[in-house]
Design a protein around this ligand. Structure first.
Ligand SMILES: Cc1cc2nc3c(=O)[nH]c(=O)nc-3n(C[C@H](O)[C@H](O)[C@H](O)COP(=O)(O)O)c2cc1C
Length: 337
């Protein structure tokens, strides 16, 4: 199976494998590591409140790194008002970002309820259209994309109407997470409904949900007809997953995953970069949630997670990693082959 590069308006992505926006995770350090590990066509920031930023209510740390880091880079905005989205898009153009994405999928009560934004907007395709149009006015030649779920609820699946409204108003690609906002991760994604969106619009559709390696990426593309895939949770556990999926889509041999020793090195480097960025102990506290996801599936992983989720500072973090993943043992395992 061979796949074409993905074109989002004027932007051509060599690998049709995208790293999802993940609030609390896809900060500049994580984005840098994903780029280094290769295979990712485009990576997004965490969702940023356009109104909070434009009206000065927040100083978005989520935009740290954005002006200077390598391209391509996508920034995701959320809001339910046109004015802040248009202005935020203008500012992002000045920062030379590659793609501006709009969030129509967040199911969190605070976003859907208090702010009537995120997946709440799936109830109202006309408003989605106006928000996309406003963002496109601010974005000029920079492509605007939309990321959505299948609808606000199982009883109200609006993805096709919302996607059409977004595209009619200038969206250059649509990402669909194959669940409704009231569906938990326990329920499998509905690929056939992603396929309905693919059939309904003339721009590339990126399929998202439950992709955890080359096989599920290929079967998702086969079942949906999507032009690309987006990965979220699996990338937190295995940030090298993009190189494996991209190789498989190119019909090449899938690179072996890093050895446990290499995973240990990656974890420690991630920690030191986070501490460099945020200081210690704050950086170590931020790193706990990443560390709990790395090294999954190994024999000591559960106890390791239990301890590392309480690491207090860099010394403590290093001690816990040394205890559960001692270099000498990992090297001996490698030699034993
Ligand atoms: C902790 C967490 C934070 C997320 N934050 C965002 C976000 O900021 N913006 C967004 O569009 N989706 C967000 N998502 C949803 C993911 O991008 C993705 O659509 C979803 O997890 C399904 O993909 P997966 O099965 O590969 O995880 C988040 C998901 C998780 C688990």
């Amino acid at each position: 199976m061979k796949f074409a590069p993905l074109e989002i308006g004027p932007v051509r992505l060599e690998n049709p494998v995208l790293a999802a926006p993940i609030a609390g995770f896809t900060d500049l350090v994580f984005r840098g590591l994903v780029r280094e590990l290769g295979g990712c066509g485009l990576i997004y920031t965490e969702m940023v409140s356009a109104g909070g930023w434009i009206d000065g209510r927040i100083e978005p740390r989520r935009l740290d790194g954005v002006p200077d880091e390598p391209r391509p880079l996508g920034v995701q905005l959320w809001d339910r008002e046109e004015r802040p989205l248009e202005e935020a898009a203008r500012r992002l153009v000045d920062m030379n970002v590659t793609v501006i994405d709009l969030n129509f999928g967040c199911p969190k009560r605070r976003i859907m309820g208090k702010h009537a934004a995120g997946a709440q907007l799936l109830r109202d395709p006309a408003t989605v259209g106006r928000l996309v149009a406003a963002t496109v006015r601010g974005a000029g030649a920079t492509p605007v994309t939309a990321k959505m779920r299948l609808g606000p609820s199982v009883a109200n699946r609006t993805a096709v109407a919302v996607a059409r409204a977004a595209v009619e108003n200038g969206a250059k690609a649509i990402t669909v997470h194959g669940r409704t906002a009231d569906e938990s991760y326990g329920i499998p994604c509905r690929r056939e409904q992603i396929a309905e969106v693919v059939d309904a619009v003339h721009v590339p559709v990126i399929a998202n949900g439950d992709i955890d390696g080359p096989e599920s990426a290929i079967s998702t593309i086969r079942d949906t007809g999507a032009a690309g895939v987006m990965v979220a949770r699996a990338a937190l556990q295995r940030p090298w997953i993009f190189s494996q999926i991209s190789a498989a889509l190119r019909g090449e041999a899938i690179p072996a995953p890093p050895t446990l020793l290499e995973q240990r090195q990656l974890l420690l480097r991630h920690h030191s970069l986070v501490v460099e960025q945020y200081g210690d102990p704050h950086g170590t506290v931020l790193m706990r949630k990443f560390a709990c996801r790395y090294l999954g599936g190994t024999s000591g992983a559960r106890v390791f997670r239990d301890h590392v989720s309480r690491a207090e500072d860099s010394t403590d973090f290093r001690r816990i990693v040394d205890h559960y993943f001692p270099v000498e043992e990992l090297e001996a395992e490698l030699l034993a082959g």
